[in-house]
Design a protein around this ligand. Structure first.
Ligand code: PLP
Length: 393
């Protein structure tokens, strides 16, 4: 079985490009060129140089001694929290801004919910001196003021989406409308392994630097390239796709995906797509998504804004359906407790998204000599107010 996208962007039965006809030329231009561009030596050289000198790669693979002792196994943390802008998202936006330049685009659009992807996009646009418009739901603009300020500081224009629920999906609609109207000069930077082909595959390839580095670093530290398990939280699934990528075809490496159960899988306030999702089409891709019996997309919920997405990328739907990945759902309370524990055992305050991945030890037992790599997708500075309110700090 293959865990990589085929030519049409399918992972098993999931993926593809379900797009309005007016978007076809834009996606087709990208589809026809992305692999060739990514394989050009000049592209790779610039990408790798920016990852090194601007993002700060390679990020360390850190042996978490106290955490390992507590759970009686060997835990390594892949420190994506140390990337410039504080999370893995910038690996992808660096790749896509270079792609846009190669395609001759001089304007970037993006949509953002919590604002993290908006900030990562505004950052690389500033770096390259390229115009940047970020669509964001009016409600999210009010909820995420610090990230809105960051985007403006970086020179981006933040355009409010005023229709519907005025959140992420409405911002997505506005971005798609913009792209239809500006097919020649504009590139749309999607922030996770979601959307129509070729986005899931392209974003996974940009993020695959994470597992490429894990292999080299583990070889140095343990004398072998492959861990027994690699663990990551899944919103759309980009940090997970990057952490799994070079292990997908190595069945000895267990793949663990951690989703947000919110207030509980059956509470009606959840984002546990593998547990609750059914096959459908979201954001131009056939995948698992949370929906009502008549196919309306259900509003997801998680305490962590980055996991608050009603679907998962098609790769993850395939990993779930095929059994290659083991999916675990973690509630808000379990994640918050794990985030506090992580802070006090290792001196690292994780993003609440990442805290979900640290909460698996009640559900999954590892052997003493297992090597478990957890992708530490981002740092918790952005979540400090949520931690403060929750723990009454
Ligand atoms: C955005 C974000 C996520 C979720 O996005 P994926 O595409 O699933 O990786 C996870 N962790 C952090 C820190 C994030 O900012």
């Amino acid at each position: 079985m293959s865990y990589h996208a085929n030519e049409k962007g399918y992972y098993g039965e999931f993926g593809g490009a379900f797009i309005p006809e007016m978007l076809y030329p834009n996606c087709e231009e990208l589809r026809q060129n992305y692999i060739q561009i990514m394989e050009e030596p000049s592209f790779q050289e610039e990408f790798n140089q920016l990852l090194r000198d601007y993002v700060g790669r390679p990020t360390p693979l850190y042996f978490a001694e106290r955490l390992s002792k507590k759970y009686n196994t060997k835990i390594y943390l892949k420190r994506e929290d140390l990337c410039h802008t504080g999370a893995h998202k910038v690996n992808n936006t660096i790749g896509q801004i270079l792609m846009a330049k190669k395609l001759g685009k001089n304007r970037i659009i993006a949509e953002t919910g919590a604002g993290q992807h908006g900030v990562a996009t505004a950052t690389v646009c500033a770096l390259m001196g390229i115009e940047c418009v970020v669509y964001m739901g009016e409600i999210d603009i009010a909820r995420q003021a610090p990230n809105v300020a960051r985007m403006k500081m970086l020179g981006a224009e933040v355009r409010p989406a005023l229709s519907g629920s005025r959140t992420l999906k409405d911002a997505t609609n506005e971005a798609i409308r913009d792209w239809i109207n500006n097919p020649v000069d504009t590139h749309y930077i999607i922030g996770s392994v979601v959307g129509p082909h070729p986005y899931p595959d392209m974003v996974a390839r940009f993020q695959s630097v994470i597992s490429e580095e894990i292999k080299t670093q583990l070889k140095e530290k343990e004398g072998r390239e492959n861990p027994d398990y690699v663990v990551a939280c899944v919103g759309g699934g980009s940090n997970a796709a990057g952490a799994y990528y070079h292990f997908l075809d190595t069945p000895e490496v267990g793949i663990i995906a951690v989703e947000a159960a919110g207030k509980g899988i059956n509470s009606g306030e959840s984002a546990a797509t593998s547990a609750l999702g059914k096959i459908g089409i979201i954001h131009g891709s056939k995948t698992l998504l949370m929906q009502t019996d008549d196919g309306q997309i259900t509003e997801p919920y998680s305490i962590s804004a980055g996991l608050d997405y009603p679907g998962v990328g098609p790769l993850h739907a395939h990993l779930f359906k095929s059994g290659r990945g083991e999916f675990i759902s973690i509630t808000d309370d379990e994640a918050m407790t794990a985030g506090l524990e992580m802070s006090q055992l290792e001196g690292i305050i994780p993003a609440i998204e990442t805290s979900h991945a640290f909460a698996i030890f009640d559900y999954k037992k590892f052997k003493e000599d297992d090597i478990v790599v957890i992708n530490l997708s981002g740092r918790g500075d952005k979540d400090l107010n949520t931690y403060i309110d929750y723990f009454k700090l």
